[in-house]
Design a protein around this ligand. Structure first.
Ligand SMILES: NC(=O)c1ccc[n+]([C@@H]2O[C@H](COP(=O)([O-])OP(=O)(O)OC[C@H]3O[C@@H](n4cnc5c(N)ncnc54)[C@H](OP(=O)(O)O)[C@@H]3O)[C@@H](O)[C@H]2O)c1
Length: 250
């Protein structure tokens, strides 16, 4: 029988975090849903020592939105330094953080630069870690559609896309956290790879949105120039199970 473990999920009330907390609890583990609104703040350090006492692992899926590169980098970098240092003090075995596939190649995008600061803080912390880099979530598609909409059409980058369901991401993070630290990176992507525009077309069709979707090689990814493979894993990766059609149906 698997030994019951305590896992602290930083951002445990968010999209991915709440799913990870439920998966851990369903498997008989103790899961702490940590977030700033419940007094556990990775950025300020508030509540961390108490929350981490007796924990085996931490999954960091906290998030913040800003268009200011310095603000995002400060949030992710400071939070990761606070977390890993509190984990070392508490004797936590493993730190798992969720980043984004190819974040290092997309750092002209301020958010990706922030994720790089997060990765860097974790990798240099001295704490045992696994950095899981996922592709874009199915749940993120509406944001993409909004961002690329103009003049009655949706103009998207002419690149490959391989989105993944939040449920698959949460499951992979839980498995990673309960396993051994890689002290390195693991890529994670959905089960289907294809043109970015095809996924957007499928999504719009499901919403009965008839706007044309046009792929254009000049279109960037939120300020970052892209090539065909910019948003998909370049090597081995963990493959999620939930297809776009299954996700849309659910
Ligand atoms: N969207 C994508 O396609 C995609 C792809 C790959 C990776 N990711 C990564 O996935 C991660 C999770 O995203 P998500 O959509 O699940 O986020 P989300 O739904 O926005 O949830 C964010 C969580 O972070 C918590 N939080 C914010 N500031 C905090 C702080 N200072 N201390 C502790 N908790 C804090 C929030 O709770 P409070 O507000 O109560 O603090 C909330 O629980 C992000 O790091 C993102 O970079 C996203």
């Amino acid at each position: 029988m698997t030994k019951m473990k305590k896992v602290v999920v930083i951002g445990g009330t968010g999209l991915i975090g709440s799913k990870a907390v439920k998966l851990l609890q369903d498997a008989g583990h103790e899961a702490v849903a940590a977030s700033s609104s419940n007094g556990i703040n990775a950025y300020t350090g508030e509540g961390l020592a108490d929350a981490l006492a007796g924990a085996d692992a931490v999954i960091d899926v906290s998030n913040m939105m800003s268009f200011d590169k310095a603000v995002i980098a400060d949030f992710f970098g400071t939070s990761s330094r606070n977390l890993t240092s509190a984990e070392r003090a508490a004797g936590v075995r493993h730190h798992v953080v969720l980043s984004i596939v190819n974040a290092d190649q997309l750092s002209a995008n301020p958010y990706m630069a922030g994720k790089l600061a997060q990765e860097e803080a974790v990798a240099t912390s001295g704490q045992a870690f696994t950095i899981v880099r996922a592709t874009q979530f199915h749940e993120f598609t509406e944001t993409l559609v909004d961002a690329y909409s103009a003049d009655g059409a949706v103009k998207v980058p002419d690149i490959d896309f391989q989105p993944i369901a939040a449920n698959d991401v949460a499951a992979a993070l839980v498995e990673a956290a309960l396993g051994e630290p890689k002290n390195g990176f693991v890529d994670l992507a959905g089960p289907e790879r294809g043109p970015f525009g095809s996924f957007i077309r499928t999504y719009l069709d499901a919403k009965s949105d008839v706007r044309p979707v046009n792929a254009d090689a000049a279109v960037e990814y939120f300020g970052a120039p892209v090539v065909a493979g910019s948003l998909v894993p370049g090597g081995d990766y963990i493959k999620g199970a939930i297809t776009v059609a299954e996700w849309l149906k659910a």
